[in-house]
Write a protein of this length. Structure first.
Length: 340
């Protein structure tokens, strides 16, 4: 699997003497000490990769550094130290012209503020970045129409932003960012301004789009339920530090720090964990013919497992090959702990 984003020891410290303080610290940054010295630590020694087609959700409370990290990786904010590579290219070393080309050709960005042009219609808003690239009006409008259909706004292409609901405006923002066919998609709390019902609909739409388009995505949110629902992997941040970066299942089952444990302690495990996450090795003694998919959530299969007096076979639905087994004791232990 190819790496698209490679973030190496990235620091972002705000303040006039940030460079000197970081140099003197030898990379061991204490956020409180830096604050006492008049600096704010936005990102503290972040290193990770994002693979092609992967969705990495970055989450944390307000002020944790998640949006700053996203802005560093897209170079909307200059890093204090460290390197960021997109498709093997060091974006820190790019000049303004190269950076503009990278953003035009490879990056899509969606922010909490929809930033739609009020005097332009839906289709004109979507076509705008294509016209900036020099694509003809006819071609850009044709592409914009395709995007309108993709995000479910057909029939509203001639509406103005003021005539749309919040969810519809957000779809326009998503369509506009997709029109340039980005390889990498950055989304900074894109649904946080929406009411819960529209937010759920937009998450469904987003998952559908990702299923079709298979983009490489970094998605920032402060909502853990949203992160669990969308992510291939989650990075949890606190005071600029990535406390843990792992799959949703591993973060819930094996929190790396006390901070992460507190984040996950209220999460209903059965809604997060897949059978694959808790299954045992293949048991050759099983003769029961009941089979369940490794990709199903425990919540969906729990009743079937708990009502069986023998372990069940777990299969890979793509190949129909047996990959493990699962029994009621294991489900009870994972869901309720050893004490039960």
């Amino acid at each position: 699997m190819s790496t698209v984003i490679d973030c190496k020891s990235v620091y972002k410290i705000f303040g006039s003497n940030a460079d000197k303080l970081l140099q003197d610290s030898g990379g061991k940054v204490d956020a409180k000490k830096f604050q006492e010295a008049g600096c704010i630590v936005g990102v503290n020694n972040a290193s990770f990769t994002v693979n092609k087609g992967e969705m990495l959700v970055v989450m944390g409370l307000s002020g944790s550094g998640k949006s700053t990290l996203l802005r560093c990786i897209s170079r909307l904010t200059e890093v204090t130290s460290g390197e960021v590579f997109i498709d093997g290219e060091n974006i820190s070393q790019m000049n303004s012209k190269q950076l503009i080309e990278l953003r035009r050709d490879k990056m899509g960005m969606v922010f909490q503020n929809f930033a739609l042009l009020p005097h332009k219609s839906v289709i004109e808003n979507i076509a705008f970045p294509l016209q900036v690239k020099g694509i003809s009006t006819e071609q850009s409008m044709q592409k914009a129409l395709e995007m309108v259909e993709l995000v479910g706004l057909k029939g509203r292409e001639n509406y103005f932003p003021r005539e749309l609901s919040g969810g519809q405006q957000q779809r326009v923002g998503i369509a506009r960012s997709l029109a340039v066919e980005p390889d990498v998609w950055f989304l900074d709390e894109p649904f946080s301004a929406l009411d819960p019902l529209i937010r759920k609909e937009m998450q469904d739409e987003f998952l559908r789009l990702q299923g079709v388009l298979n983009k490489t995505i970094m998605f920032v949110t402060h909502d853990f339920d949203e992160a669990l629902r969308l992510a291939d992997r989650i990075a949890i941040m606190k005071d600029g530090i990535i406390e843990q970066l792992d799959t949703p299942a591993n973060i819930v089952l094996n929190p790396a720090t006390e901070y992460v444990r507190k984040f996950t302690e209220e999460v209903p495990r059965e809604k997060v964990l897949k059978i694959e996450s808790i299954m045992d090795p293949i048991d050759s003694s099983i003769t029961d013919t009941i089979k369940i998919s490794k990709d199903e959530l425990v919540e969906k299969e729990a009743e079937k497992i708990l009502n069986s007096s023998v372990p069940l076979i777990v299969i890979d639905p793509k190949t129909n090959v047996i990959v493990g087994s699962i029994n009621s004791q294991k489900v009870i232990k994972v869901l309720f702990g050893d004490s039960k």
